[in-house]
Design a protein around this ligand. Structure first.
Ligand code: NAD
Length: 504
C-alpha cells in the first residue's frame, strides 16, 4: 500500500509517485515499451494541472496486446485450466486488489476527481467482491450438462468465448474493469483491457494485481488508449467479443463495427433513470437518499436517478426538501475527507452540464439549488449540486443524459401517469419507487421498462444480480450468473445414448 492521506490536504506526502508516472504497457505478462515514446499528461480535475504521465496505445500496441491474448487463448493453459484453479487465481486477485484499495481511491481521485469519501462506493468497494463472487460461482455454475431421451443423447458444453476486448469509461474505471475481467477470466477467456485516457492510471493497478496473482502471460493485457485505439481493438480480427461500457453514441458505433464479423458484443450504455415518489412516501427518508444518490460521483453515474417524478400533492414539499438537502452537500476538493461531491472529470464535461442547466432554465425550469458556477472554487471543474423544479419530460434536460450533479423534478398525476413518464425515454437502465407500501412499490416497479429498479432505495449494483439496460441503455448483462454466461458459448455434441448409459 503506497497511498497516504494525512487529512490535512497534503495528500502527495508519502505517496509513491510511480503511481502517476507510467512508461510501459502490460502485454504478454511483461511490462513492454510502447510503440511511441510520447506520453500523455493526466490532468487533475480539481487543480487543472498535469499530475501524471502515461503512454497511450497506438494501433501497433493494440496489435501486440491482441496477439498476446490470442496466443494465450489458442495455445496457453488458461482456457484449459480446471475451474477450481481459475477460481484460486481470481481469489488471489481479489485479495491483492483489496490490499491496494487506498491506492485505487487515491489514483481515481487524482485522475477523475472522485471524492475520497465516495471511493468505497464507486471505486473500490465492489472490486474484490466481484472477483470473489466469480471464483465462488465457478463452484456451482453448470459448465456442462448431459441430455438424454429414449433415442437421443447429447452433451452441452460451455466454452470460453475467446479473446475479449474490454473497454471501460473514466467514471469507475477499476470497478467496471472488474465487472468484465473477473467473469471473462472465470470463463477461461483472455482479455485486452483498454482504460480511457481521462482515467488511465488506475488500470495499471489492475494489471499489477493480476500479475502478482499469477495470471499466466497474455491472459490479461492492459493498454490505456483513446477512441481510435478502442475502435482499432473493436475491429481487430483477433478478438472474439467486445465488452463495452460507455456512452450510447460510442456503443452504437461499436455495435456497427461488430456486425461486420458478427463479433459478440455486450454494451453497458447511458441512462436517464426515473425515481417515482408516490403520494404516501416518507419524504424525510426518500429525498435525502434520492438527492445523495443523484449527486454521487458528481452525478457521473450511468444508473443515477435523475428524473424525480413526484405525486403532484407532494411536489412542492419534495422540491423544497431536495433544495434544502442539496444546499448542505459539501462539495469541493476531492481529497478533503469531508467532501461528498468533487469536480467533473473535464472542462468539456462541465461545459456540457452547464449547457444543460442553461437550456432547462431557458425552457422554463427553476434552479432551486445550485445552478451557477461556484465563485469560491476558481480552479477545478466544479458544478454545485443543482435541483431543477418545473421540469417537463420533453425538455432536453429530461431527455438526454446530463452526467452531472443535476436532478430534475417533474410532477405526475396518478400511477399510470408516473409510469408513462418514467417509460417515456429512449433509455432503460435503472429506476426507483418510493412508497409507504413496498408491495405496491413492487407492482409499480414491474411496470418500469428498465434493467433494474429499486423500491425505497437507490439499489447500487452488487455482484449477485445482473446489471444492464433495456432500449438504448445497452445490450446484455454484467454481474450475476448472467455476467458469466456472457463470456461463454454453449455448444452441443451429439453422442450415442449408450455413452451415457442409455439404450444401445
Ligand atoms: P465514451 O463512450 O466516450 O468512452 C467510453 C470508452 O470507450 C473509453 O475507453 C473510450 O476511449 C472508448 N471509446 C469511445 N469511442 C469509441 C469507439 N468508437 N470505439 C471504441 N472505443 C471507444 O464514454 P465516457 O464519456 O468515457 O463515459 C461516460 C458514459 O459511460 C456515459 O454515457 C455513461 O452513462 C456510460 N456508462 C455506462 C455504464 C453502464 O453500466 N451502463 C457505467 C458507467 C458509464
Amino acid at each position: 500500500m503506497f497511498a497516504h492521506f494525512d487529512g490535512s490536504g497534503c495528500y502527495l506526502r508519502g505517496v509513491d509517485t510511480q503511481l502517476l508516472d507510467r512508461r510501459a504497457f502490460f502485454i504478454g505478462g511483461r511490462w513492454v515499451t510502447p510503440a511511441t515514446s510520447e506520453r500523455f499528461g493526466v490532468v487533475s480535475p480539481s487543480t487543472e494541472e498535469v499530475v501524471g504521465h502515461v503512454p497511450l496505445a497506438e494501433p501497433a500496441d493494440i496489435d501486440r496486446a491482441v496477439a498476446a491474448a490470442r496466443e494465450a487463448f489458442d495455445h496457453g493453459p488458461w482456457p484449459r485450466t480446471p475451474p477450481a484453479e481459475r477460481a484460486a487465481v481470481l481469489r488471489r486477485t481479489a485479495a491483492l486488489l483489496r490490499e491496494r484499495i487506498d491506492d485505487i481511491a487515491w489514483v481515481t481521485a487524482t485522475e477523475m476527481g472522485c471524492a475520497i469519501s465516495q471511493a468505497p462506493q464507486a471505486q473500490t468497494g465492489m472490486v474484490g467482491p466481484v472477483f470473489d463472487y466469480y471464483a465462488d460461482l465457478l463452484g456451482t455454475f453448470e459448465l456442462e450438462r448431459r441430455v438424454i431421451t429414449d433415442d437421443r443423447a447429447g452433451l452441452v458444453v460451455q466454452d470460453a468465448v475467446g479473446v475479449v476486448a474490454a473497454i471501460v469509461p473514466w467514471n469507475a474505471p477499476v470497478t467496471l474493469a472488474a465487472w468484465k475481467v473477473a467473469p471473462a477470466l472465470a470463463a477461461g477467456c483472455t482479455v485486452v483491457l483498454k482504460p480511457p485516457p481521462e482515467a488511465p492510471l488506475s488500470g495499471f493497478l489492475v494489471a499489477e494485481a493480476l500479475e502478482a496473482a499469477g495470471v499466466p502471460p497474455g491472459v490479461v493485457n492492459v493498454v490505456p488508449g483513446g477512441r481510435e485505439a478502442g475502435a482499432h481493438l473493436v475491429r481487430h480480427p483477433g478478438t472474439d467479443k467486445v465488452a463495452f461500457t460507455g456512452s450510447t453514441a460510442a456503443g452504437k458505433q461499436i455495435m456497427t463495427l461488430c456486425a461486420d464479423r458478427v463479433t459478440r458484443v455486450s454494451l453497458e450504455l447511458g441512462g436517464k433513470s426515473a425515481a417515482i415518489v408516490c403520494d404516501d412516501a416518507d419524504l424525510g427518508l426518500a429525498i435525502p437518499r434520492i438527492v445523495g444518490g443523484g449527486m454521487h460521483l458528481s452525478g457521473q453515474v450511468c444508473g443515477a436517478h435523475t428524473r424525480i417524478l413526484v405525486a403532484r400533492a407532494r411536489y412542492d414539499e419534495a422540491v423544497d426538501a431536495a433544495a434544502a438537502v442539496a444546499e448542505t452537500i459539501p462539495y469541493g476538493d476531492p481529497f478533503d475527507p469531508k467532501t461528498v461531491v468533487g469536480p467533473l472529470v473535464a472542462e468539456r464535461q462541465r461545459a456540457r452540464v452547464e449547457g444543460f442547466i442553461e437550456a432547462a432554465l431557458a425552457e422554463g425550469a427553476r434552479a432551486v439549488a445550485g445552478g451557477a458556477r461556484p465563485a469560491h472554487l476558481p480552479r477545478g471543474w466544479y458544478v454545485p449540486p443543482t435541483i431543477l423544479a418545473d421540469v417537463h419530460n420533453d425538455m432536453r434536460v429530461a431527455r438526454d443524459e446530463v452526467f452531472g450533479p443535476v436532478l430534475s423534478f417533474i410532477p405526475f398525476d396518478g400511477e399510470d401517469d408516473a409510469v408513462r413518464i418514467a417509460n417515456d425515454s429512449r433509455y432503460g437502465l435503472s429506476g426507483g419507487v418510493w412508497t409507504a407500501d413496498p408491495g405496491y412499490g413492487l407492482t409499480v416497479a414491474r411496470r418500469m421498462r428498465t434493467g433494474s429498479v429499486a423500491v425505497n432505495g437507490s439499489y447500487p449494483p452488487f455482484p449477485l444480480v445482473p446489471f444492464g439496460g433495456l432500449k438504448e441503455s445497452g445490450l446484455g448483462r454484467e454481474l450475476g450468473p448472467e455476467g458469466l454466461q456472457a463470456y461463454l458459448e454453449p455448444r452441443s455434441i451429439g453422442v450415442p445414448p449408450s455413452l451415457f448409459g442409455g439404450a444401445a
